[in-house]
Ligand binder design. Structure first.
Ligand SMILES: Cc1cc2nc3c(=O)[nH]c(=O)nc-3n(C[C@H](O)[C@H](O)[C@H](O)COP(=O)(O)OP(=O)(O)OC[C@H]3O[C@@H](n4cnc5c(N)ncnc54)[C@H](O)[C@@H]3O)c2cc1C
Length: 317
């Protein structure tokens, strides 16, 4: 009989789990609490009179080392939903024209349900039942892969203490994203500022799909401390930091605030160590916290979790 697998989270780890299971002939259902696909791979739309542009306020770009991820990038470039971002070595890539466009092309034949939050998981004989907050119903699955950030995953894994042991070992930095536009770009103006090793509160700044739209991200040390700070104060502090960077180029670049987004669990500070699949139940973990603090690592962890679940389901039958 066809196995039913639930994947929690439609970020890149959830997507890669689902794609990998498909190669084994297993259809999974991916559910996510958010409105949009992609989790932290996110772009914010700005509608102009004659077109739409995007801020890249989550991940700015991705790189590829593994063969499977390289294949996805090759396909994306060929089909016009990924483009190279700038000229870096190793090359950096982005969704074209938005991250969302890349992800929706990648997932067109997957079964994804947004706006669905899973609030509880329980073992039930050989299966796992999941409680959906929206439908208030318990549904049974042969296997579950949970890809949500480790602190939230910990809450969900109350009935899986062995996985909780893995989850407590990782941690995240927060990040504050400040979206803004500028009135002009001097000649040879960069598309990306790497400020991570410089003094100050900013980690990096990158242009959006339109070179006058920008996102600045703060360092973890600043965001962790100021997460619950008054928004106007945050806005003013980040605004001044941006102006300081730009003033080194030209004093007359004007910065116009668009919006703030606070990522509580942004970049993995410490990777989890421990079991990725429960030894007693068909429940596996995936996500950047299992592998490394970037998109490709989250992708790889999703494939690993799918392999583990596939092998476990084959042992059972
Ligand atoms: C500001 C910022 C900048 C970054 N920059 C880069 C970069 O330039 N390059 C790079 O490679 N990486 C970058 N990263 C890291 C990268 O975005 C992440 O490592 C990667 O996207 C993580 O993917 P994931 O699938 O593990 O998790 P997520 O993308 O967080 O996906 C988890 C999903 O689970 C959902 N969810 C949570 N709880 C539930 C629930 N109970 N029920 C259902 N769904 C739930 C969430 O809505 C979310 O969509 C950045 C991250 C941030 C925040």
């Amino acid at each position: 009989m066809q196995k039913k697998v639930l994947i929690i989270g439609s970020g890149i780890a959830g997507i890669s789990s689902s794609l990998k299971l498909k190669t084994y002939g297993i259809d999974s259902v991916l559910v996510d609490k958010g409105r949009f696909l992609g989790g932290r791979i996110s772009s914010r739309e700005v509608k102009n009179i004659d077109n739409i542009d995007y801020f890249f306020h989550g991940a700015q770009f991705f790189t590829a080392k593994s063969d499977n991820f390289k294949k996805i990038i090759e396909q994306g470039i060929k089909n016009n939903f990924i483009e190279e971002f700038g000229r870096f070595n190793p090359p950096r890539y982005r969704g074209y024209k938005s991250m969302r466009n890349f992800l929706s092309n990648l997932t067109f034949n997957l079964n994804i349900k947004q706006n669905n939050t899973i609030i509880d998981l329980k073992p039930n004989k050989k299966q796992i039942t999941a409680l959906n907050e929206k439908t208030k119903t318990w549904q049974s699955f042969d296997g579950v892969i949970s890809t949500i950030p480790s602190p939230q995953n910990y809450d969900l894994m109350e009935n899986f203490p062995k996985l909780r042991k893995t989850l407590v070992t990782s941690s995240y930095d927060s990040c504050i994203a400040f979206m803004f536009s500028i009135n002009k770009r001097p000649e040879n103006f960069p598309i990306y500022f790497d400020l991570y090793k410089k003094r100050g509160i900013l980690s990096w700044m990158a242009s959006g799909s339109n070179l006058n739209l920008w996102t600045a991200h703060t360092k973890g040390s600043y965001a962790n401390k100021n997460l619950n700070q008054n928004k106007n104060q945050l806005q003013n502090e980040i605004f001044s930091a941006i102006q300081k960077v730009f003033s080194k180029w030209e004093n007359s670049i004007e910065v116009y605030f668009h919006s703030l987004h606070i990522w509580k669990y942004a970049k993995v500070k410490k990777i989890s160590s421990g079991l990725q699949i429960d030894p007693d139940f068909p429940v596996a973990l995936a996500g950047d916290f299992m592998e490394g603090s970037n998109i490709e690592s989250a992708f790889i962890s999703g494939e690993k979790a799918a392999n583990l679940i596939f092998n476990r389901l084959n042992q059972v039958s």
